[in-house]
Design a protein around this ligand. Sequence first.
Ligand SMILES: [Zn+2]
Length: 409
Amino acid sequence: MTESGVFDSSGVLGVVRHPWYVAVFILLLWAKDLNLTGITINLVLSAYLVIGTLLEERKLVLEFGDKYRRYQQQVSMFFPLKWLRSTLHHSNRSQAVTSPVSTRGASGTLREPTPDSPGVFGRSPMVARIATLLVFGLAVSAGVRSVHVPPAAFSAERAMAHVRQIARAAHPTGSAEHERVQAYLVAELRALGLEPRLQQTIGIASRFPVAGQVTNILARLPGTGTDGKAILMTAHYDSVAVGPGAADDAAGTAALLETLRALRAGSPLRNDLIIALLDGEEDGLLRAVAFVREHPWARDVGLALCLDAGGTGGRALLYETGERNASLVRAFGRTPNATGSSAMYSGYRRMPNDSDFSELRLAGITGLNIAISERGDRYHTPLDDPAHLDPRSLQHHGDAALGVAREFA
Ligand SMILES: [Zn+2]
């Protein structure tokens, strides 16, 4: 509809009746910070849009009568279900669907389409189709931040570049791939202006009858404060032998690199931030033991955040915390899209699984344990590769890490 009162239903209007409202819905989807205020505003705006559209529909029916009713029957209001159905099943009839095209002249009367009323995307159903697919494709991708986001924000796309490097192949402790990944991470930390240190030691697991050589990669971002307290963030950079470990735990490792980059682009932190890219989780949690028991930095840690995975998709869930966690959980709740439940910990305690955080807990360090938890069927399989890692899960990991760092460090 235009201000001159011309009604045009060609082009994209043959796909959905209210493309501009659809565009606004997509913008609402993009505003993805789902805290209570965000959800309330989105709901109110959506209701306003739907009511507005329905009133407009009533006006159009009164104005155009049966012709508009026929258009309603053939073309969906917001989501191009009718169009998709016709495209998939009756491709030869698609012309009929995209061309109940009617144009109303300035006089307000409805007339059949003429060749000189090309509509928004012209007469080509193909152009309209491609445009619609683009718009809906963009809607589906909402939530993943691209490399073009401001430098101080976390971008899953930037982090995904690290995942692709780390999870090129399986890289269990002791393998040549593992050495390659280690060298990559050291180089990336140096590129971020840090001085990474390698902690090489024999790790002896607390809970499993395992011991082995581990090499933890540690780096410290100094804060402006003077009390020496630090926040520790960990992920593990080894993978199982059967798969490349894109989610478990290249995602956590990459999220920490991207978090460090974003933090350095923003205002300096008060407390120190220690990044520990640990080794040997998949061999009985050797890495965390070695750090906690032997490294002098461990004594400065006031709070820990561990990123890991038990699947390749879905939200990054807070499923375990330490003692004295009320203020911790409240602060975590303020991070974007924070998701967690005390019920998950009850379930997790009944499982045979463990993570780095188990060892930190034993050492009396409180903190937050976060994991990508859906699509567990791909966990510890060759399908835990970069192609199957949901970038939205990576974004969620990063939102948590960056949010917690900004809250506490
Ligand atoms: Zn893991």
